[in-house]
Design a protein around this ligand. Structure first.
Ligand code: FES
Length: 171
């Protein structure tokens, strides 16, 4: 990141911290704002936040690494998270995992070279009786089948193409 980008990032974090109240209880909402704006939370951002809230950077890092919806590195436009917990495992998680890996050509923990998709495991999201469950960004999908996984990936691809075309036309 360039120096001026770092300065903008720092100024944004200071502004958001002031809006939120600037004590350690704002750590999570502050991280969410950084994530929303920048798609990930860089080590530099974590250091700024630690300094501002007067906490150790390790504390910030441990919160980022604990929550699967916070990232410390850039991810794809669509982050697909498949539940790996027991109920979903018993209702056919592995078939969905295989379908997603074949469909996207990547393993769990990886991002496609075109930055469209990241594939990750997640833990129980409270949909155990409707498994297998997965999320695409903030949207939850339940009772997954390989066919449904294929359709969802296709829909994401179409959305991405429309988005890219729109950017090209506007650019
Ligand atoms: S075990 Fe998958 S949602 Fe609970």
């Amino acid at each position: 990141m360039l120096v001026s980008e770092n300065e903008t990032l720092k100024n944004n974090i200071i502004k958001w911290a002031e809006e939120l109240g600037k004590d350690r209880t704002i750590l999570l909402p502050l991280l969410q704002r950084v994530q929303k704006k920048y798609s990930s939370i860089s080590p530099y951002a974590m250091q700024i936040i630690a300094d501002l809230l007067d906490i150790h950077p390790v504390e910030v890092y441990s919160v980022v690494s604990f929550y699967s919806f916070l990232n410390d590195e850039p991810k794809g436009r669509f982050v697909i998270r498949l539940c790996r917990t027991i109920s979903c495992e018993m209702s056919g998680r592995d078939r969905i995992a295989r379908q997603l890996q074949n469909e996207l050509g990547i393993a769990f923990g990886e991002t496609t070279p075109d930055s469209r998709f990241t594939l990750e495991w997640t833990n129980c999201m409270g949909m155990c009786d409707l498994g297998p469950a997965m999320m695409v960004n903030d949207v939850v999908f339940t009772e997954m089948t390989p066919e449904k996984a294929h359709e969802i990936v296709e829909r994401c691809r179409q959305t991405f193409s429309a988005f890219a075309l729109q950017n090209k036309q506007e650019g």
